[in-house]
Write a protein that binds this ligand. Sequence first.
Ligand code: FE2
Length: 376
Amino acid sequence: MSLITTSPSTQNTDKDFMPINGTDYVELYVSNAKQAAHYYKSAFGFKSLAYSGLETGNRISESYVVVQDKIRLVLTSPLNSGTDIGRHIDKHGDGVKVTALWVDDATYAYNEAMKRGAESYMEPTVEEDKNGKVVRSGIHTYGEVVHIFVERKDYNGIFLPGFKAWDTHYNPASVGLKFVDHMVGNVHLGRMNHWVKFYEDVLGFKQIMSFDDKDISTEYTALMSKVMSNGNGRIKFPINEPAAGLKKSQVDEYLDFYEDEGVQHIAVATDNIIQTVTELRDRGVEFLRVPTTYYDVLEERVGKIDEDIEPLKELGILVDRDDEGYLLQIFTKTVQARPTMFFEIIQRKGATSFGKGNFKALFEAIEREQELRGTL
Ligand code: FE2
């Protein structure tokens, strides 16, 4: 057993050379940004925030920004053929291009990262409009994913310079999603430790947990994972690599269809998972299901919890406990044409871990989906 846990709140905060305030935005390159934005609004309870495209003088791409509490998604499509965004979509399908990190000084963050071995994506760049200025800079991480540092302390606009407010009559009610809890990357076999070292060296992250193939395996498939966290614990990036099993790991399936390393899932937090998942399901979001026998032994496994078991069972919500408390979680089916990215909905009641006790039931559920796709 290799579960190693340290409390994120007590980590190296006094000597954190890379202070990060939180996730600023997540940008996905998608084949039809306008329709994707409608999906995230209708199905996931996001609201229209900002727009960039022909009407704002952007003749290369079109971006729709949707927001729910602290979560901002940017959905971007090219306006012509032959663009890098178009090439990205052709290769990977829809997927995450940018995980933007909110910092106080994007020039300092870039210089520190570069000094420590990062590969540059975007030199510090000042963008201005009548609402002030934003400084952004960026570095590469696994696959074609990049981290953009966003410094917005001198900006009062709706999102970023170059965007205008997206006014619309249609804004569905929130489903109660609050913030990005963690984002998981899938990397090639043998590359997990490389990226662990990257986050340690370049961004000063610490490994707060690790799971080996004995923790995360079923009869057929396995994976390994290490969880990296920044100093204040607001940014958590688990990194998965496939492990040898009798059949194809879900990470291998991802790598085959994404044709690269990339973001596997975005975990978003709620204060009331029963209400949130009820809403999501009513709006057409589909979730992975575990057998109802999971609930027969639930209280034996995790002890007394505040929630009634019946609605958890009805919705398929999973529960796990660690030394600090418990958590409730559920995973959507993949959300685009390829079996690649999906979302996790998570409610933490003290627990700081990631649901290790659910891995087996969950991965068996994923295997049933793989089986249907003929990719197991
Ligand atoms: Fe997760």
